[in-house]
Design a binder for this molecule. Structure first.
Ligand SMILES: Cc1cc2nc3c(=O)[nH]c(=O)nc-3n(C[C@H](O)[C@H](O)[C@H](O)COP(=O)(O)OP(=O)(O)OC[C@H]3O[C@@H](n4cnc5c(N)ncnc54)[C@H](O)[C@@H]3O)c2cc1C
Length: 439
C-alpha cells in the first residue's frame, strides 16, 4: 500500500478521500473516515494502530511518536548481558507506515478532551473521533535527593529504551575490573516487576565473564519481589560471590533516598552508603506526563474500565499499557499488546454501532537468569468487581519453579526468543530477526 504522507493526512482531516481505502463500510459517524489518534508508538500504541488498520482499513489512523526509532526495554537486559546487539533491539516505524498508518514524528503537548483535539509540539493540531493514550512512564525523580534527568546521564536508569540503555552498557564496558555496581529498585508499582532482577542476573553475567573482580550490590525498597524463588536460586548458583541483594525488612529500609552523581555515593533510607563506580538508579514511576496534563490520572496512574480500557476520566479516550491502572496485570509489553487487542476491537465495534464485548487479557513475563536458562510468570486476566469496584483478576496463574530441569529452562528461553521475534514483527512489521547471540 502507498505510504500516507502528512499532507495526505491533512487533506483527509479536511474531508478528502484517499488512496481507495473505502471499500469497507464506513463507520456510522459524520462524513469522512473516522479519525483515531494514538499517542505513543510503544507496544501499546503500535499494537492498537496495527490492529485497527487490519480490522478496518477505512479508518484514518494517526500514530504520534517523537522518536524515529524505538529501542525495546524488553530484551534490553540481554543486551547488557552480551546476548543481543543494540541494533537487534532497535526498530523503526517503516513497517507501520507500510500498513497504512500515518506516523507523525512529534510530541503531543496537550489534549483538549472537550474539543477532541490533540495539540502537537511542531505540527498542526489533530482532531479525533477516538483517542488512544499510550505514553508509557515518566520518572518521579523528586523521590531521590540528587537524582534528576541530568544525574541520569551519569547514573543511568535505563528504564526507558534508547539512549539510556546504550549509556548503561557503555558504562559497564568502561567499568574498572574490581569496580562496584550499585542498583536501586523502587516500590511497586513500576514497569516490568521482574525486570530489575533479570537485570541483576545479566549484569552479574557480564561481570563474571568480563570483569571478574567487580561486584554488584542491589538495594531494594521492597521486601519481596516477582519470581523471587527462581532468582534467588540463580543468584546462588551462578553469581554467589558477585551479587549482594538487599531487600527491605522491619529494621532496614533499603529504599535509595539520596545519590551524588559527582562522587557516586548512594544512600539508603536507613543510612547505608556505597560509593559506586557505576550506579543504575531506577526511580519510582508514574504515567507519561501527557496523561496527567490531560486530566487522565488519579494519583500517579490512569484509571480505566477493565472491560475495555476506556478512560474513566474522559469520553472517547482509551488509556493502555504501562500508563493504565490494570490491577493484578503487570506493566509489561505482553500486557500492553493484549490490552491493545481489546481496545482496537472495542473502537471498531463502537464506531460501527456494533455490540461491544468484555475484554479477556493475558500476560507472560520471561526473564533470562543465565545462558539458556529463562524463567516465566503469567496468567489470564478477567474483569471482576468487589465492593462495587471494577478490577482485573488473575486466572490460571503460572510460574517457573526453582528446581525446573535445565531442559525446561532452555525451552522457556527459546519461547521468549520466539516471542521477541514475533512481537517485533507484529508491532513494527519487520521480517523476523535472526535469533542470534552476541557473546
Ligand atoms: C529492563 C526492562 C525489561 C523488560 N522486559 C520485558 C519483558 O521481557 N517482557 C515484557 O512484556 N515487558 C518487558 N518490559 C516492560 C515493557 O518494556 C513495557 O511494559 C512496555 O514498553 C510498555 O509499553 P507502552 O506502550 O505502555 O509504553 P512505552 O513502551 O514506554 O511506549 C510509550 C511511547 O510513547 C511515547 N510518548 C510518550 N509521551 C508522548 C507524547 N507526549 N507524545 C507522543 N508520544 C509520547 C514514548 O516516546 C514511547 O515510545 C521490560 C521493561 C524494562 C525496563
Amino acid at each position: 500500500m502507498t505510504e500516507i504522507t502528512r499532507r495526505d493526512f491533512n487533506r483527509l482531516a479536511a474531508g478528502a478521500t484517499l488512496l481507495g481505502l473505502s471499500e469497507v463500510p464506513r463507520p456510522a459517524l459524520a462524513a469522512g473516515p473516522a479519525k483515531v489518534v494514538i499517542i505513543g508508538g510503544g507496544p501499546g500504541g503500535a499494537a492498537v494502530a496495527n490492529r485497527l488498520k487490519s480490522a478496518d482499513s477505512s479508518l484514518n489512523i494517526v500514530l504520534v511518536e517523537p522518536k524515529e526509532r524505538y529501542t525495546t526495554c524488553f530484551y534490553s537486559n540481554l543486551y547488557l548481558g552480551g546476548f543481543r546487539t543494540f541494533k537487534s533491539i532497535t526498530h523503526d516505524y517503516e513497517g507501520v507506515k507500510k500498513r497504512g498508518v500515518t506516523v507523525v514524528t512529534d510530541t503531543a503537548t496537550r489534549i483538549d478532551t472537550l474539543a477532541k483535539m490533540v495539540i502537537l509540539a511542531k505540527g498542526a493540531p489533530l482532531p479525533y473521533d477516538r483517542l488512544v493514550v499510550a505514553p508509557g512512564i515518566d520518572f518521579k525523580y523528586e523521590t531521590i535527593e540528587g537524582y534528576s534527568p541530568e544525574a541520569a546521564k551519569v547514573m543511568p536508569h535505563a528504564w526507558q529504551g534508547g539512549e539510556q540503555t546504550w549509556l548503561l552498557k557503555e558504562k559497564l564496558l568502561a567499568l574498572p575490573d574490581g569496580g562496584l555496581v550499585v542498583m536501586a529498585v523502587p516500590q511497586n508499582p513500576y514497569r516490568c516487576p521482574p525486570g530489575p532482577y533479570e537485570r541483576a542476573c545479566m549484569i552479574a553475567h557480564f561481570l563474571k565473564t568480563k570483569k571478574p573482580k567487580a561486584r554488584l550490590v542491589l538495594f531494594d525498597a521492597k521486601k519481596t519481589y516477582s519470581k523471587q524463588a527462581v532468582f534467588e536460586e540463580a543468584f546462588d548458583e551462578y553469581y554467589k560471590d558477585i551479587v549482594e541483594i538487599n531487600l527491605s525488612n522491619e529494621i532496614d529500609d533499603f529504599s535509595v533516598v539520596k545519590v551524588d552523581a559527582k562522587t557516586g555515593v548512594v544512600t539508603t533510607k536507613t543510612g547505608r552508603t556505597e560509593r559506586a563506580a557505576l550506579a543504575n538508579i531506577i526511580p519510582a514511576q508514574r504515567a507519561g506526563a501527557i496523561a496527567a496534563s490531560a486530566g487522565l490520572t488519579e494519583g500517579d496512574w490512569c484509571p480505566v474500565d477493565p472491560v475495555n480500557f476506556t478512560s474513566t476520566r474522559a469520553k472517547d479516550v482509551y488509556v493502555l499499557g504501562d500508563a493504565a491502572i490494570a490491577h493484578d496485570m503487570p506493566k509489561s509489553a505482553y500486557s500492553a499488546v493484549s490490552q491493545a487487542e481489546v481496545v482496537a476491537a472495542d473502537i471498531v465495534a463502537d464506531l460501527h454501532g456494533k455490540p461491544r464485548s468484555s475484554g479477556h487479557y493475558r500476560n507472560t513475563c520471561w526473564s533470562m537468569v543465565a545462558p539458556d536458562n529463562s524463567a516465566k510468570i503469567g496468567g489470564d486476566y478477567v474483569p471482576a468487581s468487589k465492593d462495587g469496584k471494577a478490577y482485573l483478576e488473575v486466572k490460571d496463574p503460572f510460574i517457573s519453579k526453582p528446581d525446573d530441569s535445565s531442559d525446561l529452562r532452555r525451552q522457556v528461553y527459546q519461547e521468549s526468543a520466539d516471542w521477541y521475534q514475533s512481537i517485533c514483527e507484529d508491532l513494527f512489521g519487520e521480517t523476523p530477526l535472526p535469533n542470534f547471540r552476541n557473546p
